[in-house]
Design a protein around this ligand. Structure first.
Ligand code: 4NP
Length: 155
């Protein structure tokens, strides 16, 4: 089982969008039995809250299904539980390290590190642009899936 945790600041915009985009990609490839995919926040701001309506609207627009969501904060134990802990921007990685301690097993990544053009994913909470965020997330998730295939991590 490949366990993937997507992480952003609030766990209501970007990381749940990445969770459902990646779940959809995996399902379309018939690989869902090989994966456990979830998302989490680094802050306490939105704990228990549903996804942002901008994220849900975007997922509805592109026909990607999602289930009930309750924002939760990443915990120290998540570092052992997951194989890939994937932040959306540089500040997420710093905040994750503050919570989990050292990245001793090199599990920490930034989503667009898997793209040909590594960069941060802007926070739509501030930009209001869920379309650019969605495009960036698709680019990152596609790159991540390619990486798992090329490295023969997917059986
Ligand atoms: P996210 O966006 O990190 O992509 O979920 C945010 C959501 C809420 C806040 C910040 C960013 N906030 O400050 O409450």
């Amino acid at each position: 089982m490949i366990k993937v945790l997507f992480v952003c600041l609030g766990n209501i915009c970007r990381s749940p969008m990445a969770e459902y985009v990646f779940k959809d990609m995996i399902k379309k490839k018939g690989l869902e039995k090989q994966f456990y995919i979830a998302s989490a926040a680094t802050s306490y701001e939105e704990i228990g809250n549903d996804m942002h309506y901008g994220t849900k609207d975007k997922l509805d627009e592109v026909g990607i299904p999602y289930t009930d969501h309750k924002a939760r904060r990443i915990e120290k134990q998540d570092y052992e539980k997951y194989d890939y802990i994937i932040g959306m921007e540089e500040s997420n990685l710093r905040n994750i390290l503050r919570i989990v301690g050292k990245d001793k097993d090199k599990k920490l990544y930034k989503l667009l590190d898997f793209s040909k053009n590594p960069r941060d994913i802007a926070d739509p909470w501030y930009t209001g642009n869920f379309t650019v965020t969605y495009q960036d997330i698709v680019e990152g998730c596609t790159g991540f899936l390619d990486y798992l295939e090329k490295e023969n991590i997917i059986k």
